[in-house]
Design a protein around this ligand. Sequence first.
Ligand SMILES: CC(C)(COP(=O)(O)OP(=O)(O)OC[C@H]1O[C@@H](n2cnc3c(N)ncnc32)[C@H](O)[C@@H]1OP(=O)(O)O)[C@@H](O)C(=O)NCCC(=O)NCCS
Length: 233
Amino acid sequence: MRLIKSIKRDIQAVFEHDPAVRNVWEIILAYPGFHARQFHRIAHTLWNWHIPVLPRLLSHLNRFLTGIEIHPGAKIGEGFFIDHGMAVVIGETTEIGNNVVLYQGVTLGGTSLRREKRHPTLGNNVVVGAGARLIGAITIGDNVKIGTGSVVIKSVPHNATVIGVPGRVVEVRDPDMDTVEKLPDPVGEKLQNLEKRVAELEERLASLGVGQSVEKFKAAVDPSSSEETGEGT
Ligand SMILES: CC(C)(COP(=O)(O)OP(=O)(O)OC[C@H]1O[C@@H](n2cnc3c(N)ncnc32)[C@H](O)[C@@H]1OP(=O)(O)O)[C@@H](O)C(=O)NCCC(=O)NCCS
């Protein structure tokens, strides 16, 4: 009974996320993402029963038929939808929450070669755009959107939108108010980088023994700075 409810939830997810779908039969007969998910249910159950080889064989067959590779060990929540699907790879220690959507070409991959948690953990209501790569044991918060073609190598907070290579947070929404809490600030970021760079250069000059000359130069350019430090008298 729980299984049927869960499969129905997968079908509902397609209706929620794909405006191209017309009826249930299309989903049952012609949606590789739906097929891949159902194959994975069986493979994952066998994997949990510690049956050797067969789960991997099913996963391989799944890949052959749908172009979607899901390791039998991956844990997937309710209402999961892979749109189009080709070239999606989901690694062994991946954990996916409820109502998650992946588009074609998404990789949820590992970076470590050790047998440990090495793939991403996705929260609930996450959307991962086509061709995005999420690598390593990172955590993606609830309600996160990841832009097409992004490469995400760091954890992402709840309600954020991430784009780019490497992926950076460009927006954090307030889910209750439906407003944006944080907007990108490229000018502010540039200023911060410049400040950091100046501090580094000052440190390097000081280490070269020209620190006093720098202070004299600063005092000449901006006398107020020497008053603050009490120097230059
Ligand atoms: C990232 C994404 C979720 C953002 O959606 P959104 O919240 O509606 O935001 P917007 O589309 O208004 O974009 C916000 C900004 O990010 C930029 N942007 C959006 N997606 C981007 C991406 N993948 N790479 C780089 N920049 C991107 C937009 O140009 C815009 O910049 P601006 O504010 O300077 O104009 C969405 O653009 C996306 O990539 N969705 C995946 C869709 C997909 O893979 N479809 C496949 C169908 S087959």
